[in-house]
Design a protein around this ligand. Structure first.
Ligand SMILES: [Zn+2]
Length: 376
């Protein structure tokens, strides 16, 4: 991210601070020093800067929880950048699995709830507490430079961080939670669209409210949510187009076919010459089996090179049309456990599609994709 610089590295993740982050530290120092009813001066300014720094430490913990969970599911985490509005984790290769996304999204706000609960316990143990039963007493407590004030302030902030992030609006964590729940009942794209729309409607209401109440920070957050939701929606649009790829586009066209009576020794020779590893098995005009590399190895091991293709081939296998979508092919591979599938068009064998082909195309798509951003 531009205008940000590195401050350290945790769990292989680069921690960066955006230059605008210092604006909020200065702002907090000013508010605590001279911006409140009681002027606290320089000690207040130092306390304000300290308070905001601890707050951002909580944001870092929140982001690290997202990142660690994502790493657990095999994603790569490039960096975490601190902005005045929160943190942004840059993830790559996050698996598109609603359940995994649910957990990656949830752990961030959960971490703030845990911190909040711990601070709640700490608050009970704080010595020399003053009562904060009325609103005035409460304001006195949180605007004073005391241990009780500090713990109370941090407790409230962490609960607010958790609640704010759980609002079901893209690109907040809650938007992702909403999408991953919806995606278990409807297609991923549709779930995304619902979450995007929810995010934009929410941003609109927040923006209007912010404008009417003169709460400019709400207006800024509303703009951030609105465009964040739009970006998320567009990212999914791109994926929708890509998800229209068909088996015919990934087919290995020059695939050699075998006959059921061929001995495995001949197949080994073909493998060595052509590097083809999975074969359709043809008898007359029909496809009667699929011989995968695993079948070949098992056959050579269990029976020997004299074994016939028909003895070791897969007889229960899916066949897909050239027009079948990638997702459909993938589902059929998964359901049958056969990682190589013959592709036909008009009853004619076109060739084979293998799981490796599909993964290659998916990897290509992934590398051109923008990294996933999880704002805090
Ligand atoms: Zn988050």
């Amino acid at each position: 991210m531009k205008w940000s610089f590195k401050v350290g590295r945790v769990f292989g993740i680069e921690l960066r601070i955006h230059i605008t982050f210092f604006l909020i530290v200065i702002y907090a120092a000013y508010i605590w020093g001279w911006g409140m009813q009681k002027t606290l001066g320089w000690p207040g300014a130092a306390y304000g800067a300290f308070l905001i720094s601890v707050l951002f430490l909580c944001v870092v913990i929140h982001e690290l929880c997202h990142s660690r969970m994502a790493q657990h599911y095999g994603a790569e985490v490039d960096s975490i950048t601190l902005l005045p509005i929160g943190g942004v984790s840059m993830l790559k290769n996050m698996p598109e699995d609603p359940k995994k996304e649910l957990w990656v999204s949830l752990v961030g706000p959960l971490s703030n709830l845990v911190i909040g609960a711990l601070l709640g316990i700490a608050l009970i143990l704080v010595p020399g507490k003053v009562s904060a039963e009325t609103a005035e007493q409460f304001v006195d407590v949180i605007s004073g430079i005391t241990l009780q004030g500090f713990v109370t302030y941090m407790l409230i902030i962490n609960v607010l961080l958790a609640v704010f992030n759980l609002i079901p609006a893209f690109p907040l964590d809650g938007g992702r939670v909403l999408r991953s729940i919806l995606a278990q009942y409807m297609p991923y794209m549709k779930a995304t669209r619902v979450a995007v729309t929810t995010g934009q409607v929410f941003a609109f209401i927040l923006g209007i409210a912010g404008f009417l109440l003169g709460a400019w920070i709400w207006l800024i957050i509303a703009v951030f949510i609105y465009f964040g939701a739009e970006q998320e929606g567009r990212g999914t649009e791109v994926k929708t187009v890509l998800s229209k790829l068909t088996a015919g586009q990934a087919v290995e066209a020059n695939a050699k076919a075998l006959s059921p009576g061929q001995p495995l020794s001949e197949v080994v020779a073909i493998v060595l010459h052509s590097f083809q590893e999975d074969f359709p098995v043809i008898e007359g005009d029909s496809i009667v089996g699929v011989l995968t590399r695993a079948n070949l190895i098992a056959g050579l091991h269990n029976i020997g090179p004299e074994a016939q293709v028909s003895q070791v081939m897969e007889k229960d296998f899916p066949i897909v049309e050239a027009s079948a979508l990638f997702s459909e092919v993938y589902e059929k591979m998964n359901a049958s456990g056969v990682k190589a599938v013959p592709v036909v068009e008009g009853g004619q064998l076109l060739g084979m599609v293998t799981l490796e082909h599909l993964s290659e195309v998916f990897m290509l798509l992934n590398s051109t994709e923008k990294p996933l951003q999880i704002p805090s």
